[in-house]
Design a protein around this ligand. Structure first.
Ligand SMILES: *[C@@H]1O[C@H](CO)[C@@H](O)[C@H](O)[C@H]1NC(C)=O
Ligand SMILES: *[C@@H]1O[C@H](CO)[C@@H](O)[C@H](O)[C@H]1NC(C)=O
Ligand SMILES: *[C@@H]1O[C@H](CO)[C@@H](O)[C@H](O)[C@H]1NC(C)=O
Length: 430
């Protein structure tokens, strides 16, 4: 008995020190697992001394939503609602990427709605990071000629005076100008030679993740497309709860070690918005009632960009207004003997102890009932709880429903492109 206790104590000690090990690989996990850190993790360079309150996260999300809507609808990106640091579209989850020979480690933001990877490079004008990738220190770094096929896949490709390929793009309210570069990328134990990414020379705005971004979208130039032979266009991730900041989740690349017992729904392809992971959400249940939502609020429409996507970069799920209002009204109706109040953009908050109904997202072939941790957010004093969803802000003419990271936490989300499906299963990401 005493030996068992001692063993438990030692295991806890190991677990504790391991949770603060900021290396990229998951030591006790699968060989193809890469650790995913929350931005507020002690391992994160983005960690802020005064952590932003959750009430204000919704405002930050608005910038993300405007950006996603611009991707979905294909209009010019929306003008940011407010300027300054309050709308910084800082990343929510980051992974360690080793670039070049010898490897230069960068902590890049994960973004499932973008394709091309980019990092700030030495000499960059306007990059906020002090950690910069220096291609001149890498023996495997190459640039592209303007005629290269990869150059045509880059967003807004340009040909520089020296006839090498560059591109520019907007991200949130920021713009980047980059050289298209090729170098070895090492994520888990696998080296990916000749990985194509953008080396940022110039940046404007404040919405860029400081050390760059890893595009996990489904379009050309994304990690998924560039590693088709190695990882068979299959990956999954488990995002840790934002409150357990010392824990990490995992990004698991390739078909090996993926969960077999998992609920799935077909992925839908929008040729006009090739980066986004669209699914068919057919309804939403509150308690045992399927709420009355106009079918047009959920329908997939490649021409307008309407439909439902899974996104890792938005924090709280956003529904188009008629869908949100129907869900919220039924939710409020089911909370007995209490009136909803508003808090920082959330409009269905309660203080004291009340019993909340469950909420189920109904996808084609798969129902996902959210556990309370994915449904409710609590004030730091613990006295107020809010339904952690919102309608699109009224200055965004949004047609997109976005299943966001708060609702995905502590679930494994599987993207299986060969079988064109998205899977979900409960898992504690630690
Ligand atoms: C971005 O690329 C477009 C298309 O190639 C070009 O017209 C534009 O001048 C570029 N913008 C910047 C800021 O480099
Ligand atoms: C909720 O609001 C209504 C209308 O203002 C009021 O009559 C009722 O007493 C309130 N209920 C609670 C539990 O506060
Ligand atoms: C999802 O829930 C609805 C309503 O409760 C039910 O009719 C349907 O069969 C369920 N779908 C699956 C795939 O379990």
């Amino acid at each position: 008995m005493r030996i068992q206790l001692l063993f438990l104590f030692i295991s806890l000690l190991i677990l504790n020190s391991e949770s603060l090990n900021c290396n990229g690989n998951s030591p006790q996990g699968h060989p193809s697992d890469l650790r995913v850190f929350h931005i507020d993790s002690p391992c994160s360079p983005y960690k802020q001394p005064n952590t932003v309150s959750w009430e204000s996260t919704l405002i930050k999300d608005n910038a993300r939503l405007q950006y996603l809507s611009s991707l979905a609808v294909g209009k010019k990106p929306w003008v940011p609602i407010a300027s300054g640091r309050s709308i910084v579209q800082s990343p929510t989850y980051i992974v360690r990427a080793n670039i070049g020979t010898p490897a230069q480690p960068m902590l890049v933001a994960l973004d499932t709605s973008n394709d091309v990877t980019w990092v700030p490079c030495s000499g960059c004008v306007g990059c906020a990071s002090s950690v910069l990738f220096d291609p001149s220190k890498s023996s495997s770094s190459r640039t592209f000629q303007c005629e290269a096929p990869q150059c045509k896949q880059a967003p807004n490709p340009t040909c520089t005076v020296s006839k090498s390929c560059g591109f520019n793009m907007t991200y949130g309210g920021s713009t980047i100008t980059a050289s298209l570069t090729q170098d070895t990328l090492t994520l888990t134990n696998d080296a990916i030679p000749g990985y194509t990414f953008g080396c940022i020379n110039k940046a404007t705005g404040t919405s860029l993740p400081a050390q760059g971004l890893m595009g996990l979208g489904r379009g050309p130039l994304s990690l998924i497309s560039q590693t088709q032979n190695l990882y068979k266009s299959t990956f999954s991730y488990c995002l840790p709860n934002s409150k357990s900041s010392s824990f990490s989740g995992t990004l698991r690349l390739g078909p090996k070690f993926q969960p077999v017992r998992i609920k799935t729904t077909p992925l839908l392809k929008n040729p006009r918005r090739s980066s986004l992971y669209y699914v068919n959400m057919v309804g939403i249940r509150v308690g045992n009632k399927i709420v009355d939502i106009p079918p047009s609020a959920l329908a997939f429409n490649p021409a307008t960009g309407a439909g439902t996507i899974f996104d890792s970069g938005t924090v709280y799920t956003r529904l188009v207004e008629p869908a949100y209002v129907a869900v919220r009204n039924e939710f409020r109706r089911r909370v007995k003997n209490a009136n909803a109040t508003s808090l920082g953009g959330f409009d269905t908050c309660y203080s004291g102890s009340v019993v909340f109904p469950s909420v189920t997202f109904m996808f084609a072939g798969m129902n996902v009932t959210l556990p309370p941790d994915n449904l409710l957010i609590h004030s730091s004093s613990g006295s107020t709880s809010c339904l952690a969803m919102a309608a699109a802000p009224n200055n965004v003419n949004s047609v997109l429903n976005v299943i966001a990271s708060m609702q995905q936490q502590n679930h494994r989300v599987l993207i299986d492109l060969p079988n064109s499906r998205l899977g979900i299963s409960r898992e504690t990401c630690t």
